[in-house]
Write a protein that binds this ligand. Structure first.
Ligand SMILES: Nc1ncnc2c1ncn2[C@@H]1O[C@H](COP(=O)(O)OP(=O)(O)OP(=O)(O)O)[C@@H](O)[C@H]1O
Length: 182
């Protein structure tokens, strides 16, 4: 089975994907490493820009019929058996990305994306089987437990479990509108 783990940067994809692959005995694959290895995408500034169709094709060729956890915020473009969308309170996303030294603009872009469900909506456009998981206040182990329980019960579609509109005011200072530019 191909499991894609996606979400806004900082929600915990890598941590959860590694742990999930260990628990299930699946291979772990990082999208960026895979793309680099296969020569997919090109550097634009200091970022690797990946063609998602090329990525999806190459991944399907490589992993069809194998048990694998694919980690990355583009993984929902890969035709997976199930897409796990990790969510985290946007305040937590902001804190983590600030700790990583993200620029103000990249921070704003990602906090906003988490706030308005960008990755969830994209995942739902790409795949029927989407499991949304709220990681807020949970340990990575608890998140992995929740995912494997749902999969064991055969549940592959669940979303609409978070609503970040209540923290909008608190994250406003991080957003582009709050930066004084229009
Ligand atoms: N419940 C949780 N699930 C996952 N990570 C958590 C959780 N609670 C705290 N963390 C911490 O959050 C951080 C998430 O970092 P991680 O690199 O896994 O995120 P990511 O989504 O893969 O980011 P990126 O897309 O930028 O690579 C880690 O330091 C991890 O220990």
């Amino acid at each position: 089975m191909i499991i894609a783990v996606t979400g806004t940067p900082g929600v915990g994809k890598t941590t959860v994907s590694r742990l999930l692959s260990e628990k299930l005995g699946y291979e772990y694959v990082g999208v960026k490493e895979f793309a680099r290895e296969k020569g997919i995408g090109e550097m634009v500034g200091d970022e690797l820009e990946i063609d998602v169709d090329e990525l999806a094709e190459a991944m399907l060729r490589e992993f069809h019929g194998r048990d694998v956890v694919i980690d990355g915020h583009l993984s929902h473009f890969v035709p997976a058996d199930v897409v796990i969308v990790l969510r985290a309170d946007p305040r937590l996303v902001a804190e983590r990305l600030m700790e990583r030294g993200y620029s103000r603009e990249k921070l704003a872009e990602n906090v906003e994306a988490e706030l308005v469900d960008v990755i969830l909506v994209e995942a739902l456009e790409e795949n029927e089987n989407v499991l949304e998981i709220d990681t807020t206040g949970k340990t990575p182990g608890e998140v992995v437990e929740e995912i494997s329980e749902l999969l064991e019960r055969g549940i592959k579609r669940r979303f609409g479990i978070v609503d970040w509109s209540g923290v909008y005011d608190e994250v406003l200072p991080y957003l582009r509108l709050g930066s004084g530019r229009m």
